[in-house]
Write a protein that binds this ligand. Sequence first.
Ligand SMILES: *Cc1c(COP(=O)(O)O)cnc(C)c1O
Length: 390
Amino acid sequence: MIYLDHAATTAVHPEVLREMEPYFGELYANPSGVYEFSDDVKEILRRVRQRIADSIGAESEEIYFTSGGTESDNWALIGIAEGMKDEGRHIITSCIEHHAILRTCEYLETRGYEVTYLPVDREGRVSIEELERTIRPDTILISIMSANNEIGTVEPVQEIGALARRNGILFHTDAVQAYLHERIDVRRMGIDLLSASSHKFQGPKGVGFLYVRSGVPLPSFLHGGSQERGRRAGTENVAGIIGMGKAVSIGEREFRKNHEKLRSLQEYLFRRLETEIPFCRINGSRGQRLDGNVNVSFRYLEGESLIILLDMEGICVSAGSACAASEHAVSHVLQGIGLEPEYAAGTIRISLGAENTMEEMEYTVDKIKELVGQLREFSDEYLSVYANGT
Ligand SMILES: *Cc1c(COP(=O)(O)O)cnc(C)c1O
């Protein structure tokens, strides 16, 4: 099998698995225990919190462990909306956010909040000028993703942070795709809240974190015990958090190596797809892009069919996002960048990981070429264009 869907999830790194294992077994203590048995677990959670804080230039007491990206996004948005409701009820986000943001915004709209969904340009970038024009006296929060999960576009986070700060508005960023792929420094970038998820960077599923700058008025999310300084109650996912901590160490250790490797695999795919397959489009930005993302559209075929045929060859790619695939609708991200429908229908997302090889890329492009040719034989439109051209 060739796995090329790392934006959906990644395999747990063997070192991560090894690190987690004892905490399912003999080291099962509840970190809230007052006896010595709990001290070890308590200490290791403290170290993970510190390591995560260091990785984004934050303080350890600004890191809250959560169940992943979706929870972090929900907490940030719903919490700030509730905590700041006397200051205003207007929120700004973008039209290409993950559904964990968009659906939460829709929920807030039913609760009396107003949301502006900023448009993006052809590359998927929000415009700072447009954002500035959208700010109102009652704007309480800007939430813009650090990098997009479908097309890999990296947003101008630092400029957004500076603008938010100048206007006294809180800034949240969904960094689930960007964390450990792009350098993040929450102080320098003016980020007040940041979401990340462990299973997107070789950690286990069902665990993540939310960074909340000290002083941000974020109410408690889960009510109960005093875990996470009373803001997110419930016994910690100890093994998951420890695994996430190890995955952060590995991600930092291999940052440069992975960056260079993914870049070269990505360049190879771009070059061959564009030069060897007619009516092909690479979506997103060339300069401001995640290393591992290749989002490509082929005219005169259905992306779904291509995905199924690739699957039969043992190659896992996706339609862009898990949600878009199940809804059989054109992705809101491709609509957002204004991609022509005849291209949008034929889109696949290839997302690379550290364990992928150049041989896999060669095989994958060869297969895509072959299958695109086969599928186009079923398109009357393509056949007529082709016939007229020859
Ligand atoms: C995967 C993803 C999420 C959701 O994270 P989970 O941990 O799976 O809940 C949110 N935002 C983005 C950009 C993602 O890619």
